[in-house]
Design a protein around this ligand. Structure first.
Ligand SMILES: *Cc1c(COP(=O)(O)O)cnc(C)c1O
Length: 434
């Protein structure tokens, strides 16, 4: 610490007087791990500096968007240039068309895409679209998958497959979630039973293909295969929430990873966010033309946004997509991410700490277990005290991972092998304390 008073604490106290909990998104408050959130003053490459002037190696990267690291020169230039031409018009621009084309070119399951400002908005709109396109109301989601905070998605499982969900937030009326069925991730039997009971009334099934909101849990290939088959068989739309995995795990996103094992695999609707905005408020949802043409102004499903397709945000997203499209980008990113996970595994093994990790592209997760969990209930059996010791041990050593055990981590193109070695060395010290 370069100051005798803790300036993060000073800011946190001030923030709590004017902002509920001192933060504008709950996880930032460090409630799960305790302690004082770090207030960021600036960031560059793989690092950010907090109010005390301490440097942190950043494995959150704004929860995924910063795949190139902070302040990438080409992105910065694009944003500065765009800002000079105006911040927002509420009228169409060529750049929106360019970004739509750039997204569609890389994710062939989509013929058309609509740009919005947040992942929440994209997920909510995708569900409205699915309901409008099918004329049905019910939907399936999975426990531990996060799709933003739209009312109908803030729901936990009811008491059985015949009963629908219960709200997980105050302020969500039970009637609003009565059409949402919550199933266990990777549970084939439940999936079969739910379709047998409700298949003909289902508008859609929404899934995080690699769930990053329960740390890092992959949908198994047999499970994903069956989701696709059952949706097709019953006429429900299959929605891939790739807000986190989109352009993060591969250039073709998580759907391209599954298409390697399931020939011809495609979702019906894809939801994107995070990386496609490169750190600016930008998200999207897209799919086949016949589905997308249900949207206003050509169709009957209403959806709109004052700042949608914002010219500065689209410039940021386009510049980011250009960089990640360069040859070898994902090979390099994957190699570094694997190096990190292997390094952590080695350090844990040496300290005799049960540990397992997994990664895809620039997204990773690890658990203080011997085997990778398959669902939310198992993830949540993590010893939170041990996780918190690990979190604070790393934080004290300048390594910033998510302040909650159910969040994924992210490596950027700006992280060097030296950064990873420093991280592994810090982790080795902390594992010895566990
Ligand atoms: C982050 C996230 C969202 C919500 O996006 P916001 O931009 O925070 O509204 C939705 N789905 C997934 C899978 C996410 O990771």
């Amino acid at each position: 610490m370069t100051h005798s008073t803790d300036l993060n604490q000073v800011l946190f106290d001030r923030a709590r007087r004017v902002i509920p909990g001192g933060v504008n998104s709950p996880v930032r408050a460090f409630k799960a791990v305790g302690g004082t959130p770090r207030f960021v003053t600036r960031a560059q490459g793989a690092y950010f500096w907090d109010a005390n002037g301490q440097r942190h190696i950043d494995y959150i990267g704004s929860w995924g968007p910063m795949i190139l690291g902070h302040g990438h020169p080409a992105v910065l230039e694009a944003v500065q240039k765009a800002a000079l031409d105006g911040f927002s018009f509420g009228a169409p621009t060529e750049r929106e068309v360019e970004l739509a084309e750039a997204i569609l070119e890389r994710v062939p399951s989509m013929d058309m895409v609509r740009l919005v400002s947040s992942g929440t908005e994209a997920g909510m709109s995708a569900i409205r679209l699915a309901r409008g396109a099918t004329g049905r109301s019910k939907l399936i989601k999975f426990e531990g998958c996060y799709h933003g905070h739209a009312d109908a998605l803030l729901v936990k499982a009811g008491s059985g497959l015949a009963t629908f969900g219960n709200p997980t937030s105050a302020g969500v009326p039970p009637e609003v979630v009565q059409h949402t069925l919550v199933l266990e991730y990777n549970n084939l039997q439940q999936l079969e039973a739910a379709f047998a009971l409700h298949g003909k009334e289902l508008a859609c099934l929404i899934i995080e293909p690699i769930a990053g909101n329960m740390n890092f849990v992959r949908a198994s290939v047999p499970f994903m295969t069956r989701c696709r088959e059952l949706c097709s068989q019953y006429g429900a739309l299959f929605i891939f929430d790739e807000v986190m995995t989109g352009f993060r795990v591969a250039l073709g996103s998580a759907q391209s990873v599954y298409a390697r094992s399931i020939p011809g695999f495609e979702p019906d609707i894809t939801v994107m966010g995070k990386v496609i905005g490169g750190g600016m408020p930008l998200a999207a949802f897209g799919g086949k033309r016949a589905v997308m043409e249900h949207l206003a102004p050509i169709g009957t499903v209403y959806q709109a946004g004052t700042l949608s397709g914002n010219p500065v945000a689209t410039a940021c997203g386009l510049a980011t997509l250009r960089e990640i499209g360069k040859p070898g980008f994902y090979e390099d990113l994957s190699r570094k991410t694997q190096l990190l996970v292997k390094g952590l595994q080695g350090a844990a093994d040496q300290a005799g700490v049960p540990f397992c990790g997994d990664s895809e592209g620039g997204m990773f997760g690890f658990f203080l277990f011997k085997d990778l969990p398959q669902n939310y209930a198992t993830v949540m059996t993590t010893d939170s005290k041990r996780f918190n010791t690990l979190f604070h041990g790393l934080l004290d050593r300048g390594v910033y991972i998510a302040p909650a055990l159910y969040e994924a981590g992210f490596v950027s193109a700006a992280h060097t092998e030296a950064d990873i070695a420093e991280t592994v060395a810090a982790a080795a010290e902390v594992f010895r304390l566990l």
